[in-house]
Design a protein around this ligand. Structure first.
Ligand code: DLZ
Length: 162
């Protein structure tokens, strides 16, 4: 298996088909310039691999702190087979950065344990806007695309094991 640093450079042949799959995407409104680019990357990637537009459920939450709740509601109230969580937390001069990052990381981890579907961590935790732009379609790829590939791989793994 090839060594990976950046799933945006993935081999398309290694990505399972998304035909007949339903996927949820929860997007934080904070740093919308970045999170909307991540969302576009995720949606385009899901469609490229066969997920139909009608089977992509995309909803917004106010900030990354709310991603956990939004993702849980998606799992509870919709029939999606995976939930992609997209946000961008930028280091500021307040302790908010650490608290929000810890909260959303633990929250999404717990959702993975609690529900029988994958919740994909697509939250950028960066020092500044340049680092965010580099990961939202810049030189480090688009982490929304990578989150979509991860969701398809996890859905396929579960189907394979069932
Ligand atoms: C409050 C806050 C701050 C300071 N920074 C960010 C950020 O960089 N990225 C982000 O997604 N959200 C931020 N928020 C908002 C919190 O996530 C949350 O929406 C509010 O604290 C309300 O619960």
């Amino acid at each position: 298996m090839e060594k990976k640093k950046n799933l945006s450079d993935h081999d398309p042949a290694s990505v399972p088909s998304g035909e007949g799959t339903t996927v949820g995407i929860v997007v934080s409104e904070w740093n919308a310039e970045i999170t909307e680019a991540l969302a576009r990357g995720a949606v385009d990637t899901l469609k490229r691999y066969g997920v139909e537009e009608k089977d992509i459920l995309l909803k917004h939450v106010p900030g990354s702190f709310e991603l956990t709740m939004g993702a849980q509601w998606m799992a509870e109230y919709s029939g999606v087979e995976a939930v992609i969580c997209l946000g961008c937390v930028i280091q500021g001069e307040t302790p908010h950065f650490r608290y929000i990052c810890e909260s959303v990381t633990h929250g999404i981890t717990e959702l993975n344990m609690k529900y029988n579907i994958p919740f994909v961590f697509g939250v950028l935790t960066v020092d500044n806007m340049d680092q965010a732009l580099a990961r939202a379609g810049g030189r480090h790829g688009n982490k929304g695309e990578e989150a979509a590939v991860t969701a398809l791989k996890m859905i396929a793994l579960k189907r394979d094991l069932l």
